[in-house]
Ligand binder design. Sequence first.
Ligand SMILES: [Zn+2]
Length: 220
Amino acid sequence: MKFYDINTDFGRRKNFAYGITYNRDLMLRINCDKCGSKRYETFSDDESVKQTFMLTNNFFSDFMRTDLQRIILPRVNEIFTKEKISGYHICDNLEIITLDQIPEEKKKELRRRGYDVKRFSNEAPECYRFCVDGKAELHDKSEIITVSVCDKCSYVTRRTKDRPYVDPDHPLYITKSSWDGSDFFREKGSENRIFCTERVVEVFEKYKLTGLEFTEVEGL
Ligand SMILES: [Zn+2]
């Protein structure tokens, strides 16, 4: 069984659109005075909260990155359902705001934040939030150490052995016995990293889907 680490394909000759959160005030801003962590906490777990995005251009990939999660075009779900891909669900509590709907004040703010607003999309494709449900653990051979867990904000500080940070080039290994058998799965404990099986890669290539890149990781 082969496993793959999932990353974003940002597009080669042309950049794919990505979603910028419109209603950032709904994101939980954490500024912890105990561990110093400054971050936006995901609100993606709360599916009752409607999320609104702006897309950075009109070049849509099947999987699109947003600030905190991934969104997909409907055909991804149709294909995955047909091919019986497991370990995810979709949430349609989402809205895409087009360029002509963005108020001038907001456009100014976006320009200040460095965005090329005039290229933002004027289309609102039907999209879903893509939520991964499967779970597995990383094997110790991945050499990722949990340094601390903040008891105030629950921020987990981790690093690769002998490095001050989590080294993206250090190979990862999945503990096969901890894997729940899902085609899409998250790393238990971290939740950030998303992995998949060989089946997903096969289906992705068969239907020429776009927006993801895969790096093989070994199961032990
Ligand atoms: Zn903290």
